[in-house]
Design a protein around this ligand. Structure first.
Ligand code: NAD
Length: 363
């Protein structure tokens, strides 16, 4: 089989789905690997490194992917590029096929076997393949660094000849994978860190990182380890307590999400208005609309003295390690079916059966 990896085409995307390390491992499994020249540049992997790992180089996307049996990507190729893939080819990446009708149609029209990695069940066995987790870790880390850069205050406590500086108070909203990494990072920078989430089990996780659990009296564990949407009453209670609390917070990092839904609005414009001037909000949920009402996705704005940043695709800003993790996740996933130079799909394996798109009719 031939595995093809073209340059990512989405604006600002620096990551790559294959690293020289994973390239070597796929070749050891009997595959031939073809990489578009420059595909690794954004993540600091040179063409020569791929050649040394055993890959062939190609000049453009068409030559890279035209006869590929398996195509690896981070973000979905344009519909036009999909329609140039070989019929029946297998495609692995963050494909969000339902997010864009033209893309979904191109996948179906070409008879592609797509594995949108965001569909992977989050079971213990799938952890080593979980790109959402690995990329969220980078995003949570970077969000705190952005907050520290934008803040007009130190994070740590300092005792200096010019007096004592009090540590910044950082609140992380949402303690999933990104939120926990944000808590750990803010803690390392010396801030006083609090976290809150609607899943009660996060209390212990937050505390184990040295953070304090902010109890807003709302608990909403949903299915499959995710949160459910809050009822109106629950939301009102959460809002009231939070608004009071935020008057004393210097930095908020927002990471709250509910799968398949727009980001829950948690920090209202009025709450932002009640914060101290010079406070900073970094809203990682900006991709899906933001947890803060004042967030403008992709922008950093001054909301009456409070800086509100809504960065997009933060994982890409840590492209080297984000790609290393992403590529290992992909290697672990495709190892389920790249077998001795062939593609062999075991549809009894739930990781394949539940991830493939369009969904397979039950046998
Ligand atoms: P996510 O990105 O969907 O959401 C981020 C966090 O926001 C979640 O912790 C959620 O509870 C929280 N949240 C939602 N609404 C909220 C609200 N109104 N107020 C405050 N917080 C709110 O989540 P994620 O980081 O992808 O992971 C969520 C869960 O999945 C965790 O339990 C995690 O341990 C689990 N997980 C399991 C695996 C695995 O076993 N393979 C891998 C990754 C994550």
């Amino acid at each position: 089989i031939t595995i093809g990896v073209a340059s990512e085409t989405a604006a600002g995307e620096r990551r790559v789905a294959l690293t020289p390390e994973t390239c070597k491992k796929l070749i050891a499994r009997g595959a031939k690997v073809r990489v578009q020249r420059g595909a690794g540049r954004g993540a600091s992997f040179t063409d020569q490194a791929y050649v040394d790992a055993g890959a062939e180089l190609a000049d453009d996307a068409a030559a890279t992917l035209g006869d590929a049996d398996l195509v690896l990507c981070v973000q979905p190729p344009e519909p036009a590029a999909l329609s140039r893939l070989r019929e029946g080819a297998t495609l692995v990446g963050l494909l969000a096929p339902q997010a864009d009708a033209a893309r979904g149609e191109a996948i179906v029209a070409r008879g592609l076997q797509a594995f949108p990695l965001e569909r992977l069940p989050r079971t213990t066995r799938a952890q080593a393949m979980d790109v959402l987790s690995s990329q969220a870790g980078m995003a949570g880390y970077k969000a705190v660094l952005i907050a520290a850069t934008l803040a007009p205050r130190f994070f740590p406590m300092l005792t200096t000849a010019a007096g004592t500086i009090r540590p910044s108070k950082v609140l992380v909203i949402g303690a999933g994978v990104a939120g926990l990494q944000a808590i750990a990072t803010a803690k390392r920078l010396g801030a006083q860190v609090e976290g809150f989430d609607v899943r009660p089990e996060t209390r212990e996780q937050i505390e184990s990182l040295g953070g304090k659990f902010l109890d807003l009296g709302v608990s909403a564990a949903g299915e499959g380890g995710y949160a459910r949407q809050l009822t109106d009453e629950e939301r009102a209670e959460q809002q009231r307590r939070l608004g009071e609390h935020l008057k004393n917070v210097d930095v908020i990092v927002c990471t709250a999400a509910v799968p398949g839904r727009p980001a829950p609005k948690i920090v209202s414009a009025a709450m932002v208005g009640g914060m101290k001037p010079g406070s900073v909000i970094v809203d990682l949920a900006a991709e899906t609309g933001g947890n803060c009402e004042r967030t403008q996705p992709g922008e950093t704005v001054d909301a009456d003295g409070v800086t509100v940043a809504g960065p997009l695709n933060l994982a890409s800003s840590g492209a080297v390690h984000a790609s290393e993790m992403y590529a290992r996740n992909v290697l672990n996933f495709v190892s389920l079916f790249v077998d001795g130079g062939e593609l062999k799909f075991d549809w009894n394996d739930e990781l394949l059966a539940k991830t493939v798109w369009p969904e397979r009719a039950a046998a």
